[in-house]
Design a binder for this molecule. Structure first.
Ligand SMILES: Cc1cc2nc3c(=O)[nH]c(=O)nc-3n(C[C@H](O)[C@H](O)[C@H](O)COP(=O)(O)OP(=O)(O)OC[C@H]3O[C@@H](n4cnc5c(N)ncnc54)[C@H](O)[C@@H]3O)c2cc1C
Ligand code: FES
Length: 257
C-alpha cells in the first residue's frame, strides 16, 4: 500500500450521473485487482478533513481511472479539479472480488457507485451477465465505457426510459428463472437497499455470492473502526477484511447471527 501524490491527467463529466478522473502512477496501478479501492485526500485544506474512498474503475499500465458521482462536499470539490491539479491518493486497499468461480454462471448486479468496480471485474474475468440499475436513461453509461465487457448487459431504469422498467432485482429474478438458481453465483455492489434486496433473493433461492460493502471510511487502514461490518465471527473493519464479503459472512440488521 502506498500514499502517493498524483497529478490529474483528465477529470470530466461523462453523463448526467458520472465523472471520470484519470491519473498515472506506477505504484497505485501495480497488481491491482477488481474490488480494491483507493483513499483520496481531495483537498489539502481542513474541510473536508477525511479522505474519501473510490473503487478502481480501470487500470492500463500505470494509468488509473475512477468513475464517481457527486454526493456531497468532497465529491463536489473533486469534480471541480482541473487537469494538472494534485491529489494525495493511498492504495491499493482492501480485498478483491473472487476472480474465478468454477461451474457457475457469474451474475454481476450493479447500481450507483457500485458500477465502477463491477465493470472493472467484467473487463477482466469471464462474466455471464452484468445487470445495471439506474433511475433513467440519462444515467446510463455511454456505450464505449462498456465496449470491453463481453457479458450480456441488461439495464433497468426506474422510469422505464431505458431497458426494463423497475428495479435491477427484477432483472436478477429473470436471470435466475432462465439459468436456475443452482447454476448462479452473484457479485453485487451498489446502494445498501439494492444489495439488501439482492441478498434477500439470494437467501431465498440458496444462491451464494459476494457484496462489496460501501461503508463510510475515515482512515482506510483499520485504525479508526469507523467502517465495521458484522460477521459471524464478530465486527470486522471493512477497509481491511472487505470491502468484498461473502453473503454468508455478512450479518445484516434484523438477522440473527
Ligand atoms: C470501498 C468504497 C468504494 C467506493 N467507490 C466509489 C466509486 O467508485 N465511485 C463513487 O462515486 N463513490 C464511491 N464510493 C462512495 C464515495 O466514497 C462517497 O460517495 C464519498 O465518500 C462521498 O463523499 P462526499 O464528501 O461527496 O459526501 P459526504 O458529504 O460525505 O456525504 C454526502 C452523502 O453521501 C452519502 N455517502 C457518503 N459516503 C457514502 C458511501 N460510502 N456510500 C453511499 N453513500 C455515501 C452520505 O450518507 C450523504 O448522504 C465508495 C465508497 C467505498 C466505501
Ligand atoms: S476506515 Fe478506519 S477502520 Fe476502516
Amino acid at each position: 500500500m502506498y500514499d502517493e501524490s498524483v497529478t490529474i491527467l483528465d477529470n470530466r463529466k461523462i453523463n448526467e450521473k458520472y465523472y471520470k478522473l484519470t491519473f498515472r502512477c506506477d505504484r497505485l496501478a501495480r497488481g491491482v485487482k477488481p474490488g480494491q479501492f483507493m483513499h483520496f485526500q481531495i483537498t489539502p485544506a481542513l474541510d473536508p478533513f477525511l479522505r474519501r474512498p473510490f473503487s478502481y474503475y480501470r487500470v492500463h499500465s500505470n494509468r488509473v481511472e475512477i468513475l464517481y458521482e457527486i454526493l456531497g462536499k468532497g465529491t463536489g470539490i473533486l469534480a471541480g479539479l482541473k487537469t494538472g491539479a494534485s491529489l494525495k491518493v493511498m492504495g491499493p486497499l482492501g480485498c478483491e472480488f473472487t476472480p474465478k468461480i468454477k461451474g457457475k454462471k457469474r451474475v454481476l448486479v450493479a447500481g450507483g457507485v457500485g458500477v465502477p468496480p463491477l465493470v472493472f471485474l467484467a473487463e477482466h474475468e469471464k462474466i455471464d451477465y452484468l445487470l445495471i440499475g439506474t433511475k433513467s436513461r440519462k444515467e446510463v453509461l455511454p456505450k464505449k465505457e462498456l465496449a470491453k465487457v463481453k457479458a450480456e448487459i441488461l439495464y433497468s431504469t426506474n422510469d422505464g426510459s431505458y431497458g426494463e422498467k423497475g428495479f435491477v432485482t427484477a432483472l436478477l429474478e429473470e436471470v435466475i428463472a432462465k439459468e436456475g438458481a443452482e447454476n448462479i453465483f452473484i457479485q453485487t455492489c451498489g446502494p445498501t437497499v439494492m444489495m439488501n434486496a439482492v441478498m434477500d433473493i439470494a437467501a431465498r433461492e440458496g444462491i451464494e455470492g459476494e457484496a462489496s460493502m460501501e461503508e463510510s471510511m475515515a482512515c482506510g487502514v483499520g485504525a479508526c473502526l469507523g467502517c465495521m461490518v458484522r460477521t459471524p465471527k464478530g465486527w470486522v473493519p471493512s477497509c481491511i477484511e472487505g470491502p468484498v464479503f461473502r453473503f454468508s459472512q455478512i450479518v445484516r440488521k434484523g438477522c440473527i447471527a
